[in-house]
Design a binder for this molecule. Sequence first.
Ligand code: ADP
Length: 303
Amino acid sequence: MSQILIIGSANADHVMKFEYLPAAGQTLMSREYRLEHGGKGANQAVACARLAKPDTHIDFICRLGKDSVGDDMLQSWLKDGISAEGITQTSNMSTGTAMIFIGDNGENTIGVAAGANAELLPEDLENYYALFANAQYLLIQLETPLTTVAKALQMAKRLGVTTVLNPAPAKVLGPNYLQWVDIITPNETEAAALTGVEINHLDDAHLAAQLLHQQGVGIVVITLGAKGAYISSPHFTGLVPAINVQAVDTVAAGDTFNGALVVGLSEGMSIDAAVGFANAASAITVTRQGAQRAIPYRHEVPN
Ligand code: ADP
């Protein structure tokens, strides 16, 4: 049985839409409000659970608040088949929260309260040694404390687990992180933050990938939105084009891509086949509104 371990954030996204964004000191009535289950770690765990074959075990290490949205998230993840072993609800903090204001012209402002996500500390990971030891893949992002990310990558690598870092949101990282990373999956903005190379053409993606290889990363996959994803690896180098769809909401596109990529690799797909599968899954996500609710199930993704 294959086992995938995801570590990361869970956020309640409060989304409000306005004709125009409220200015400082202004109060405006929103046109629309919705509460989405989001957070990069949780979105990626849900993507893995929905896209993996039923015999794959999905573990998710995260921290939620002991509040109603935390309860709802947990119930919904259990329904998707995520194991509860790594999930703790803490009474000290509320579940991570994002306040997202979107204007009619598409511009947005976002405020995030890390809440319980900030309580996932490096020393806590020791309690989950068995989850690391049994995993074939670790998938992790940068929305939890960076010291926790570093410790998780080290623990996994020492145990022979293949480590996949989705370096989102964009941050500048020292080489201490990248030496523990087997596969890295930045989007264009994140690749630029990590390497200083602005990604405008495939040549730029190639150059950024070389800089990441020099820091010890074996496989680089740079996602390029509607263009697809550029792979730099020993077995395949080049662009795998996206599926042509009418996008309505690109929230959770990258998270679906990352979950699908790891699922594909865990089933023994080659890197280019796994990226093709990830492009197909995330193309479905962008045709739907919302975060976790937009992520497809395996039977929806064409072979
Ligand atoms: P992020 O969501 O992290 O910013 P990208 O925008 O690069 O990442 O999108 C991740 C993946 O989602 C892409 O590599 C592609 O497969 C898919 N995708 C994103 N936008 C579209 C789109 N408009 N049409 C089809 N696929 C898309």
